[in-house]
Design a protein around this ligand. Sequence first.
Ligand code: HH2
Length: 276
Amino acid sequence: MRLLQCGRFRLPLERPLIMGIVNLTPDSLSGDGIGTDAARAVAHAQAQLEAGADLLDIGAESTRPGAAPVAAADELARLLPVLHALRDSPVPVSVDTCKPEVMRAALAEGAAMINDIAALREPGALAAVAASDAAVCLMHMQGEPRTMQTDPRYGDAVEEVAAFLKARADACVAAGIARSRIVLDPGFGFGKTLEHNLALLRHLERFGAEGYPVLAGLSRKSMLGAITGRPVDQRVPASVAAAVLAAAHGAAIVRVHDVAATRDALAVFNAVEKTP
Ligand code: HH2
């Protein structure tokens, strides 16, 4: 059985796993940012668990296009009380950060996964993860959040993203991170037009060609707004459809805001596609 090594957890990868988002930000893309209120964040995390999340992903810096950066000290002040309260979580807690300093402190506070939209490119990030037993999600992004949607361009988006992810996975392995700890993510909406995003979803299997599990984050994203004409607070049906399509194209993990709806949809998917 294929397993993802994730701190003290070993996650089976036969069926798509649901990563429930907990945004500790005042300005998140999805509009569900909880601000800096740790008690509210912990309550939201518990609700995501009760709804059936297989992992939690906690982020304290918004990565939406145009978002302003947050200082490491502020990111930590938001994250650490929540991580502390979730130390005995029954599922792995992932932390969405690019900063090695934040990674080290989060790992010391029990984080079982680092989710890095910069794919451990910050100096010191590879070493921070290598020194732990946590999993890591390496995401592709063209440019940086402030400007990435200005004019994204690729020759062949699928092959360029796949080559980048392979190079980052190779860098992880060279730094001493076991293959069984690595997850790859094409980074929907991160320096991509709608056409690029659709091509990535159509060819999602390609990102698993090196044998690593693939994570897909499509939930409530603007590409779904572009397709449906819906504002961010009305994108649950489109998000659920996108999660099922990602699963059908081989996603091992779907990163979502709406865990309960996604769980039911994936139960149908599993009954049809994953029952021997
Ligand atoms: N998307 C967002 C943030 N982190 N991490 C991974 N691995 N993949 C993604 O697609 C991804 C991510 C953006 O979504 P959200 O958390 O809703 O918004 P914000 O960063 O503005 O809080």
